[in-house]
Design a protein around this ligand. Structure first.
Ligand code: ACO
Length: 155
């Protein structure tokens, strides 16, 4: 099983839509449901930071994505490194792919001189919350149904 993580290209849009739908199938909330909205989301993520948008492939098969943003300014007006999105095909979860995608994102954050990483996750998305905690993120706030998590980078 050979894992490769590369930058996303605009032509990955349909793969993004298909894997997004599968990855979020068991979650009833915190997601876009129409293909049109998911495509627009892909375009927004790509515009935000194309250098920080990654796709994971196992033996050349696309299995997951991670989209981050080195240009983000948070709700308090502070420039932070944001992780907007990460997901993995259900049949490939639990194999370290999500972790590898986040590590790639954090490596990228360091090249941009960012020290604070911030993300928002659904309050009942326990799987993702536990995943982020395992990777060193801490819950630091809440807004509506969203939990804010941050991690400090030593780079
Ligand atoms: N409970 C406890 N720990 C977990 C869980 C869980 N449910 N899932 C993963 N972990 C731990 C693993 O044990 C592993 O720890 P280890 O390094 O000590 O072995 C670590 O987290 C990394 O696990 P991976 O196998 O790399 O994670 P995976 O590839 O399964 O991806 C993900 C996790 C991305 C959350 C996946 O389950 C998914 O796609 N979920 C649906 C989409 C989603 O909710 N995305 C996040 C939305 S929030 C946002 O994107 C900002």
């Amino acid at each position: 099983m050979k894992l490769n993580i590369r930058k996303v290209k605009p032509e990955d849009i349909n793969t993004f839509v298909n894997i997004y739908i599968s990855a979020y199938a068991s979650l009833t909330d915190y997601k876009y449901t129409s293909k049109k909205d998911i495509k627009n989301y892909f375009k927004w993520l790509y515009r935000r930071d194309s250098e920080g948008f990654f796709i994971a492939e196992i033996d050349k098969k696309p299995v997951g994505f991670c989209a981050c943003d080195s240009n983000w300014v948070n709700r308090e007006g502070k420039p932070v490194f944001a992780i907007h999105e990460v997901f993995v095909l259900p049949e490939f979860t639990g194999k370290g792919i999500g972790k590898a995608l986040i590590e790639k994102a954090l490596e990228y954050a360091c090249t941009k001189g960012r020290k604070t990483v911030e993300l928002w996750v659904g309050e009942k998305n326990y799987k993702a919350i536990n995943f982020y905690k395992k990777l060193g993120f801490k819950e630091v706030g809440k807004w509506g149904k969203w939990i804010k998590m941050t991690k400090w980078l030593n780079c």
